[in-house]
Design a protein. Structure first.
Length: 245
């Protein structure tokens, strides 16, 4: 065997070991995989719904009109459990065609109405778990000091859409919103700011941080984002990434 051919085969072997193989429901040489690492869960009790491992042990949604029960429950200020940081065992989530990330929360449609029960989340990504950039988000109600249970008004937030995906009974493509539900995020939506946003658009990210929206300030009102009066905090079912290396 020639030295050139030996080098070519070695290079192909190396590349095959660095890029995830193509999996069901994906394209572009990647395999959709759920986050499998809890990096930080401040304020987590570790018991029952306070166990953050429930956010990485599979997605088991309850469907259109009810939430699932295999979830990690977050809270609202002044509680400490308003953030959850997840990772993919050191792998980097890269920017590919279409949606790159789907967050599955526990929203559901209120039976007999056009309204939804939602626990809104802000989604942030990072390369080092220290410096973060948020996906653009905007509450677009006419009066932003009043909560309205209409998903279309909460642009760029997670927690708007029911989770239909169930790893055991409805194991569908997590990146097909018609059958899986969830809220999708495309890295191309990050600000092309010549700084961290541009860097992550190009290089991808290693960590995702989910933040209770009510723990952050709405720049339009200079007060916390409003929330449902009957909510006790977001419930995280899982997060899927589409392109990994």
């Amino acid at each position: 065997m020639s030295a050139v051919l030996q080098f070519s085969l070695a290079a192909l072997t190396l590349l095959a070991g660095c890029v995830s193989p193509m999996g069901d429901g994906t394209e572009g040489g990647a395999v959709a995989r759920q986050s499998d690492e809890v990096v930080a869960a401040p304020g987590a009790s570790g018991d029952g719904f306070g166990d953050p491992e429930r956010a990485i042990n599979g997605v088991r949604g309850g469907g259109i009109e009810r939430g699932g029960v295999d979830v990690y429950s977050m809270g609202f200020p002044p509680q400490d459990n308003t953030e959850l940081t997840l990772g993919w065992s050191g792998q980097r989530v890269t920017n590919g065609p279409g949606v790159d990330l789907v967050v599955f929360e526990n929203g559901f449609k209120q039976t007999g109405t056009e309204f939804f029960f939602m626990d809104l989340l802000i989604v942030e990504v990072s390369l080092d778990a220290e410096n973060w950039v948020s996906f653009p988000h905007d509450y677009r109600a006419e009066d932003e000091s009043v909560y309205e249970p209409v998903p279309e008004l909460w642009q760029g937030f997670a927690g708007r859409t029911p989770t239909l995906l169930h790893d055991d009974t409805n194991p569908v493509d997590p990146f097909d919103p018609e059958v899986a539900g969830g809220d999708g995020f495309d890295l191309d939506a990050l600000p092309d700011d010549g700084a961290l946003g541009s860097e992550i658009r190009q290089l991808g990210f290693r960590y995702v941080r989910l933040v209770t929206a009510a723990a952050r300030t709405n720049p339009d009102t200079e007060a916390s984002f409003v929330r449902s009066a009957i909510s006790n905090g977001p419930d995280i079912d899982g997060v899927y990434a589409r392109y990994l290396e």
